[in-house]
Design a protein around this ligand. Structure first.
Ligand code: FUB
Length: 331
């Protein structure tokens, strides 16, 4: 059921306050801005590096007619109990439109506790979504972000360290004891796979994306200011592909630019300085002739890492295509 939250969107403030939300994936569908966030649970359980505190069970879709409109909560769009293959932890989702169908892509733990990525479909951008019977074959880890290129080809970017289990897949199969590369070795990149025309399966095997520095050398695992951690996002600006992501332990949103959606990408800089709370996760969208960064922090809960709130702010490019740094708490 749709609920007008009676809350007008204001930049750099929580866009809704009646529920905790995080990991916003923003898209323009049918002339409106639709936001697909995680729905954080209000619990006081313990916190650990495995992310057990992120115990989310469902998704709500939010929408806005304009950047200062009232925010609509379209209610529960999908619940874990309606996903046959999933057991728990409905983490950061994304959405896409193709074939007159809206697709919701989401990570969750399967019945063996391994993160996989599932798809669900709807005739409406606000859902409700019907989940596929099984997770996408060959999928693993977390944080799917789907980019539909101008030629119609779709790509899924995904992967996250630590609780997101990306380290455990370096051999191609799930190895529970596997650890990440040493500090002086190339960092693990996000994964990318082309999607089939029906958007429900991988058309190519997932491959690791290479992120290099300005000299063409791979960013190293010990370079925590720049190395990939989780939360990939892809957008195109002036013909270039922008891969942006979270650095995790150093709590930044950063970006790298390339000429092809599968990379390689050259590291460029920071988009967002650290926010209140451990995680940082975002999307970038053009809406009504302006560019916006959607992100979250933990301000609504007074700093509780797993009780987050989605915010947004305008994003600006310099003439050379670099992105201007956003420091959201500076007035
Ligand atoms: O919301 C759960 C996890 O926290 C997401 O999947 C990560 O990107 C981080 O925001």
């Amino acid at each position: 059921m749709d609920t007008n939250t009676s809350k007008k969107a204001v930049q750099n403030e929580p866009i809704v306050t009646h529920i905790y939300t995080a990991d916003p994936s923003a898209h323009v569908f049918e002339g409106k801005l639709y936001i697909y966030p995680s729905h954080d649970i209000d619990h006081d359980g313990p916190t650990n590096d495995n992310g057990d505190q992120y115990a989310m069970e469902d998704y709500h879709v939010l929408s806005m007619d304009s950047a200062d409109a009232e925010v609509i909560d379209h209610g529960e769009a999908l619940h874990v109990k309606d996903v046959p293959w999933a057991s728990q932890q409905m983490w950061a989702p994304d959405a896409a439109y193709k074939n007159d169908t809206y697709y919701l892509f989401f990570p969750a733990r399967d019945k063996d506790g391994i993160f996989r990525i599932g798809a669900a479909t709807s005739a409406s951008p606000s859902g409700p979504f019907n989940a596929e019977e099984n997770y996408m074959e060959g999928s693993f880890s977390i944080d799917p972000a789907v980019y539909v290129d101008e030629d119609g080809q779709s790509y899924m970017y995904f992967g996250g360290l630590w609780g997101g289990q990306l380290e455990k897949w370096q051999s191609g199969t799930y190895k529970p004891e596997a650890e990440g590369p040493a500090a002086n070795e190339p960092a693990l990149g996000p994964q990318v796979a082309q999607l089939s025309d029906d958007m429900l399966s991988f058309q190519t095997a997932p491959m690791e994306i290479l992120i290099v520095d300005e000299n063409g050398d791979a960013i190293q695992a010990g370079d925590e200011e720049r190395r990939y951690f989780e939360g990939p996002w892809m957008h195109k600006y002036n013909g270039k592909y922008y891969l942006s992501y979270s650095t995790g332990t150093t709590h930044k949103l950063v970006y790298a630019v390339g000429d092809h959606p599968e990379g390689p990408f050259v590291f460029k800089g920071t988009i967002l300085t650290p926010v209140l709370g451990w995680t940082t996760h975002h999307s970038i969208v053009e809406f009504q002739d302006k560019w916006y960064l959607f992100y979250h922090d933990a301000s609504l809960s007074g700093g509780v890492d797993h009780k987050r709130s989605v915010k947004f702010t305008e994003l600006h490019y310099n003439e050379d295509g670099t992105i201007q740094l956003i420091a959201p708490y500076n007035k």
